[in-house]
Design a protein around this ligand. Structure first.
Ligand SMILES: O=C(CO)[C@@H](O)[C@H](O)COP(=O)(O)O
Ligand SMILES: [Co+2]
Length: 229
């Protein structure tokens, strides 16, 4: 359930990377009931990042567990080779890394032509300007706030400035249709600061699927985002 703050709709996207895969159905249901707005699926190929996760068949299974939108965060080289299968699995949005393809414009066009929404992710050392010339092809920019590859890492503090710069870029370009998502090290304890910098969509893995019950974590997130500052 979206949280409204200073006229902006804020969305929480649990990353199932940190879920217990033996209890995936239960955990997805708990997160949805606690207030998740969508689910974030981290797909890694062992080449773009040094980790391997899952692909389109898992997405087909997840579609049976939830009616919430699913977004793929592709941490793979040559993302174009997976797009048809993701479209068949009814993926709502596919986010590709600007660093992972030589032909970003072509890949975004292909995602759109397959009927999916498109996003562009940038890793910590990639400048925000990388997205400037494709804003009309996407509905999301993802500013990575850790180096991609693993859940449970610490938030890179410099990212606060970067999120601010991305917000300025989007506002100057009049790109109100583009959501600004952050991913990596987001917790109830820092989400408010990141929101103040202009982020509106928050991926959270280890915080949501950690030791505390999901419902407790969502309560903390809601309090952090709605308390008087
Ligand atoms: O894309 C990634 C990691 O590469 C993420 O989506 C993580 O899964 C987020 O996990 P936490 O940092 O919230 O634990
Ligand atoms: Co991710």
């Amino acid at each position: 359930m979206a949280i409204s703050r200073l006229g902006r709709e804020l969305l929480i996207a649990p990353s199932i990377l940190s879920a217990d895969f033996l209890r995936l159905g239960e955990q997805v249901r708990e997160a949805a009931e606690a207030g998740a707005d969508l689910f974030h699926l981290d797909m890694m190929d062992g080449h773009f990042v040094p980790n391997l996760t899952f692909g389109p068949p898992v997405v087909e299974g997840l579609q049976k567990l939830t009616s919430l939108p699913l977004e793929a965060h592709l941490m793979v080289l040559r993302p174009e080779i997976y797009l048809e299968d993701l479209a068949s699995a009814r993926m709502h949005r596919v986010t590709v890394h600007a660093e992972a393809t030589t032909h970003l414009h072509y890949v975004l066009g292909k995602i759109g032509s397959l009927g999916m929404k498109a996003g562009v992710a940038i890793s910590p050392a990639t400048p925000v300007g990388m997205v400037e010339d494709v804003l009309d092809m996407i509905d999301l920019v993802l500013v990575m706030t850790v180096n991609p590859g693993f859940g449970g890492q610490s938030f890179i503090t410099h990212s606060l400035k970067k999120v601010e710069s991305m917000r300025t870029l989007l506002d100057r370009a009049g790109a109100a249709h583009v959501r600004l998502e952050v991913d990596g090290g987001i917790k109830a304890g820092n989400i408010s600061r990141v929101a103040d910098c202009g982020a509106d969509t928050f991926v959270m893995g280890s915080a949501i699927f950690g030791e505390k019950p999901c419902e407790t974590v969502f309560g903390e997130i809601r309090r952090a985002l709605t308390s008087e500052r």
